[in-house]
Design a protein around this ligand. Structure first.
Ligand code: HEM
Length: 436
């Protein structure tokens, strides 16, 4: 199973993924401002309403936002089957998702019911359109590559997450519907380990060897890791809701899930350490931070499963959440954006070039974004992660203000860095037009 051949001619217009990429840091900024305003008490328990609202500004407004944009871009290129009416689909998804996230964030943060009700409607429609688009597009794909199979699994996991999320959201939106908190862990595990975890693995099979100049992931891993993960998630869920009297099932499948993610994290780090060209690369730093955060979750998760005393310490679940969302998912996404955006800009400029002279004007893919600025943004992101972890352990300290400030600066810098790339694209296009 060699690396998939890319059908770059199927690439949709640049605006299709870019609108999602540029919106995500703004939701990150909104999350940082909300946390800053809430102050130290916000990190004392996972059930604080502001934290539930902020979590969704990040998991939907940042993570899902970029992932949907990336899937709309990657789908035709990897699967060689175009999405029908990509501009219309992306505009619809972008508007629905953005407004749904604003309303869900507002409703959960301040406990208002009507924004939650409207958000549930908007988000259900968003994800229905997205999931149907991906599954129907993949159905016509001739490719049997592991990335394609994994994308299918990730979207199924998203469907489970959304259904559980809407069910839980109904408990917040309608006073006569009981809030089914016994499903919250199920919802977040399908969201973070299913949707985010599976999609990251699927994308990693493609982008780590291609953009980071590493060896391929082993064939055995590419073939079996994600089906195994999906099976374990199903068994774990069955243990949680179907057989709560046999905690051993949840325990064993939970441990196996942790082992599977450990294998992926360690193998990715191994490939990166042994990569062919060892020049400093910010993307690799982001991925390494992501993998280390993922690996750090494993002993913490094991501790919460082994001891009910540990499981009830509020800091443990908060540290796990910060490591998974900020440390793993947002780091990897950050790294991915810094490779995918310059590559797309370069591909679209190549398409526009009409002779050798204009082709020569196209900047090198490595020069499209400023290395210095990306490095600064990485440092801010790392600092924000460490400060958030510190703020959880010392909840009375003012560290949350520093953490939120660093995260706000990191999101703003990510946004300006991406805009810088688009500015380079515009200037190059203008120059080409002038020479016509
Ligand atoms: C339609 C989309 C979604 C809706 C309507 C939704 C709704 C909710 C609601 C209402 C809760 C609070 C449950 C409670 O009070 O017990 C919750 C918790 C949570 N959701 Fe979602 N969710 C959605 C998507 C997602 C996704 C895609 C992810 C992850 C990628 C996610 C991650 C989480 C996490 C981590 C929590 C727990 C927060 C905590 O324990 O502090 N959600 N969700």
């Amino acid at each position: 199973m060699n690396r998939i051949s890319l059908s770059l001619d199927q690439s949709p217009a640049l605006s299709v993924p870019v609108r999602f990429f540029l919106t995500a840091p703004l939701f990150g900024l909104a999350a940082a401002i909300t946390l800053f305003q809430a102050g130290p008490t916000v990190l004392t328990s996972r059930w604080i309403p502001v934290l539930l609202g902020t979590t969704h500004l990040l998991v939907l407004g940042f993570i899902a936002m970029v992932m949907i944009g990336a899937v709309l871009q990657l789908l035709p290129v990897l699967a060689a089957t175009p999405v029908k009416k990509p501009e219309l689909v992306s505009t619809l998804l972008h508007v629905l998702l953005s407004s749904g996230v604003v309303l869900l964030g507002t409703g959960l943060t301040w406990g208002y019911q009507w924004p939650v009700k409207i958000a549930l409607l908007l988000l259900s429609v968003t994800f229905l359109i997205f999931i149907v688009t991906v599954l129907t597009t993949l159905r016509h794909s001739p490719s049997v590559h592991a990335s394609i199979k994994t994308m299918r699994f990730a979207v199924l996991a998203l469907a489970v997450t959304v259904m559980l999320g809407v069910f839980l959201g109904a408990g917040h939106g309608w006073p006569n519907i009981a809030l089914a908190r016994q499903y919250t862990d199920l919802h977040l595990v399908w969201g973070l380990f299913g949707w985010v975890g599976l999609l990251t693995i699927g994308v990693a099979y493609q982008v780590v060897p291609m953009f980071q100049m590493t060896q391929e992931y082993p064939l055995l891993m590419q073939r079996w890791l994600t089906p195994l993960l999906l099976l374990l998630l199903l068994l774990w869920s069955w243990g949680q809701i179907g057989l709560p009297m046999y905690p051993a099932l949840t325990w064993i499948t939970g441990a196996l899930l942790a082992i599977v993610f450990t294998c992926f994290g360690i193998w990715t780090l191994y490939l990166q350490i042994r990569r062919r060209r060892r020049v400093a690369d910010i993307t690799v730093w982001f991925w390494q931070l992501g993998m280390l955060s993922l690996l750090a979750c494993v002993p913490l998760w094991a501790a919460t499963m082994l001891s009910s005393y540990v499981a009830h310490i509020p800091q443990y679940s908060l540290v796990l959440g910060i490591l998974m969302i900020l440390g793993f998912a947002i780091s990897v996404i950050n790294g991915m954006l810094y490779k995918i955006l310059p590559f797309l800009i370069w591909v679209h400029l190549q398409k526009r070039a009409y002779d050798r002279e204009t082709r020569r004007q196209i900047p090198n893919v490595k020069k499209i974004l400023s290395y210095e600025y990306m490095r600064w943004q990485f440092l801010l992101h790392l600092l924000a992660l460490l400060l958030f972890l510190g703020a959880i352990w010392w909840p009375q300290s003012p560290m949350i203000y520093l953490a939120a400030t660093c995260f706000a600066l990191s999101c703003m810098m990510l946004w300006t860095n991406l805009l810088g790339g688009l500015h380079a694209y515009r200037s190059c296009v203008v120059q080409m037009e002038q020479k016509k």
